[in-house]
Design a protein around this ligand. Structure first.
Ligand SMILES: Nc1ncnc2c1ncn2[C@@H]1O[C@H](COP(=O)(O)OP(=O)(O)OP(=O)(O)O)[C@@H](O)[C@H]1O
Length: 511
């Protein structure tokens, strides 16, 4: 608990790391990394997938003990053995995923988040204190409704408010805008920037979006392969200079061009599909959609409008309550057998959880779809490690998956690299139907252009592609037709030539 009276908020904190190094087995994830985050600034941390950004912030937060190196707070060495120590020093972290309890209200979430919540809660008193706190804050979030009823933007604001309520004056934000619309992202970053300028807060923000870095960050530090390769004032650096620091001389793949085709047959058909979410509430309500060979149909929508449930049904993770699926005019069940027979591949959301076995190795995970077929399986059904590793090595190189070896458990890879490994597995075979959900979520810009080109390649080869994405720019870049999902339904489908941002935005909002 802060020793200062609540009316006098703590001032922003300055933080440095010196010689921070973290070695996992034979892998040097972070090497001799010294960064300086000045008090009252918004500092961006840039780097490719696997560059060491998460490792650095986890060392600062005390989730990891660094192999070497130290953290200085306002110039003095600070002992941080665990996240509780970090909180006591005023350092808090906001994650990409939400950590709030959905069935509780915002007020309840804030009150129980305290290190020592009172055993018996005097709600009138707590509510008054919360209102006084919110009065001093630039964000407003409704206090009395369950968190599950808040929009993604409100939840993200509440996550940040929670840290401020706990009096954390150095906030680490891990890609804070990935679940927000561009408008919400500008609002949140603008308000945070206001607090840093007022000297009330210091922010270290992991980001892959140059637009946000140039618009809102004061300073930037760039990591490459675990080392600090540059830092400075954002106003002194061009986007080009920052991207060169990030990727060195790695070649970025040119965007694949769209080939035009004569009208092709329907390959994938969703007919009158209904499904419920995990709470048993209707989430997909009568979806009809056809995807032709050599076509990408993009499903746009604000998250929470049934897209996740739809993807779960299509990837066999959830049963539809009604409706049918067809591939090539034949009834299709999303089972392993049918996926192999009809050559259906895909990337669900949260691939580590939904498309990988976390403790199994990268090689085993990459071989997953082909392990019961020769040459990886012998005719007696035994796995042959050699062909499996060889195949894995080829795919790791082709998709630039950063892993110490084929034998590393896939859960040890950085988020972006898990995604690349799964996409390598799914895109490397002969694909007839491809179903992907937010394929570039959290990927660095070089990987984004690589993965989007791979999806376009599959389309150009004749695959029918269903792309569900919360990133409207991604849909406008890739899709041949744009569909909008709102309230569990798809009532708006237009060819890309007629797709117009405003009209799509209106359909997304349910108009
Ligand atoms: N617990 C762990 N055990 C072994 N290796 C790890 C562990 N955590 C991270 N690594 C490795 O450390 C390196 C840096 O990973 P890190 O997660 O810090 O990257 P990142 O820059 O945050 O990437 P991304 O943008 O994909 O999230 C990667 O090669 C990763 O595989």
């Amino acid at each position: 608990m802060s020793a200062l009276p609540a009316a006098e908020p703590r001032r922003a904190i300055g933080l440095e790391t010196r010689g921070m190094t973290k070695i996992f087995g034979s892998l040097v994830a972070l090497e001799d990394c010294s960064i300086e985050v000045r008090p009252g600034t918004l500092h961006a941390l840039l780097g490719e997938n696997g560059a060491g950004k998460s490792t650095l912030v986890k060392c600062i937060m005390g989730f990891y003990q660094p192999t070497r190196g130290e953290v200085l707070i306002n110039g003095a060495p600070a002992a941080i053995a665990n996240p509780r120590d970090a909180h006591a020093h005023g350092i808090g972290m906001v994650y990409q995923h939400f950590t709030l309890v959905p069935s509780l209200t915002a007020a309840e979430n804030l009150v129980i988040s305290q290190a020592h919540p009172p055993a018996v809660i005097d709600w009138r008193k707590e509510k008054k204190a919360l209102e006084a706190f919110l009065d001093r804050m630039p964000f407003k979030v409704p206090l009395d409704v369950p968190v599950s009823a808040l929009s993604a933007g409100e939840k993200q604001k509440l996550e940040i408010l929670k840290q401020l309520f706990l009096d954390q004056r150095f906030l680490i934000l891990d890609e804070p805008t990935s679940v927000l619309t561009p408008g919400e992202a500008d609002e949140v970053l603008g308000l945070l920037r206001g607090m840093t300028e007022a000297g009330e807060l210091t922010i270290l923000m992991i980001s892959h979006k140059f637009r946000e870095v140039t618009a809102y960050a004061d300073d930037v530090t760039v990591l490459r392969r675990g080392r600090m390769v540059g830092s400075g004032k954002v106003s002194d650096l061009s986007v080009d200079a920052m991207s060169r620091m990030m990727i060195g001389d790695t070649k970025i793949r040119e965007r694949a061009a769209r080939q035009s085709f004569e009208a092709k047959p329907v390959v994938l058909e969703l007919a009158g599909l209904f499904a419920e979410d995990e709470g048993g509430l209707p989430a997909v309500e009568g979806v009809n959609l056809k995807v032709h060979a050599g076509e990408i149909v993009g499903i746009a929508g604000v998250s929470g409008n049934g897209q996740s449930t739809l993807i779960e049904v299509l990837s066999g993770q959830r049963e539809a309550t009604d409706g049918r699926l067809f591939v090539d005019g034949e009834p299709y069940e999303p089972s392993r057998q049918h996926m192999a027979k009809f050559k259906v591949f895909g990337l669900p959301e949260e691939p580590l959880k939904n498309a990988a076995v976390p403790r199994m190795t990268v090689a085993e995970n990459i071989a997953f779809r082909s392990f019961d077929q020769p040459p990886i399986a012998s005719k007696w059904g035994f796995l042959s490690p050699r062909p499996m590793k060889k195949k894995a090595r080829e795919l790791i190189a082709a998709y630039r998956v950063k892993t110490p070896s084929t034998e590393e458990p896939i859960e040890n890879l950085s988020g972006g690299n898990v995604q690349r490994a799964i996409l390598a597995r799914e895109l490397s075979g002969e694909v007839e139907v491809l179903i992907v959900a937010n394929p570039c979520f959290g990927l660095d810009f070089a990987s984004v252009s690589e993965i989007r080109s791979q999806i376009m390649d599959q389309r150009n080869r004749g695959a029918a592609v269903l792309l569900v994405s919360e990133d409207l720019d991604e849909i406008l870049e890739l899709a041949d037709r744009v569909a909008v999902m709102s309230g569990g339904r798809i009532d708006y489908v237009v060819p890309i030539a007629e797709a117009e941002r405003n009209a799509i935005g209106k359909a997304m909002a349910g108009h």
